[in-house]
Write a protein of this length. Structure first.
Length: 155
């Protein structure tokens, strides 16, 4: 028998500890929650991507009565893929807003979004930094890969 362990390193920051680039992305993710269409869940997700070319793209969850909506993270990365094909995503900030507050602790992407984002990261050939934004705390991770060990693409 052998054993394999996976480690996910999370660095926890306050907003004021972030550099200007990260603060800007956090602000845009929070602003993006206002573009969410979530009449069924009342859970408004905002995402902001910083591309390697300096462009920022936002996304927000979009629901419908058939419950076949799209998460904020995929809304953003598919927008990037369609409008800036081949341009790596340097980092992504994600936040959630419900019942009058940003969610604390920060929420992490769902499994489907992790898979989608991992494929963008894999295509880019370099890590996509992840910034999970809560009401008070901000979690930073080095890559999407760290959120999805044993990813589907590895089989
Ligand atoms: Zn998702």
């Amino acid at each position: 028998m052998t054993e394999k362990n996976f480690v996910t390193k999370i660095q926890i920051y306050s907003y004021n500890e972030l550099n200007d680039e990260d603060k800007n992305l956090v602000d845009k993710a929070k602003e993006a929650t206002k573009a969410s269409y979530a009449p069924y869940s009342n859970f408004h997700v905002g995402a902001a991507l910083l591309l390697d070319n300096g462009v920022t793209i936002i996304g927000a969850n979009q629901e419908n009565a058939a419950f076949a909506g799209t998460c904020g993270e995929r809304s953003a990365c598919y927008n990037a893929g369609a409008n800036y094909p081949g341009v790596p995503i340097k980092k992504i900030a994600i936040t959630s807003f419900t019942r009058g507050n940003f969610v604390e602790p920060p929420t992490a992407p769902c499994g489907v979004c992790r898979q989608a984002l991992l494929e963008f990261e894999t295509q880019a050939g370099k890590p996509m930094e992840v910034i999970l934004v809560g009401r008070d705390k901000i979690y930073k991770l080095e890559s999407i890969k760290s959120l999805l060990p044993l990813a589907f693409s590895e089989f």
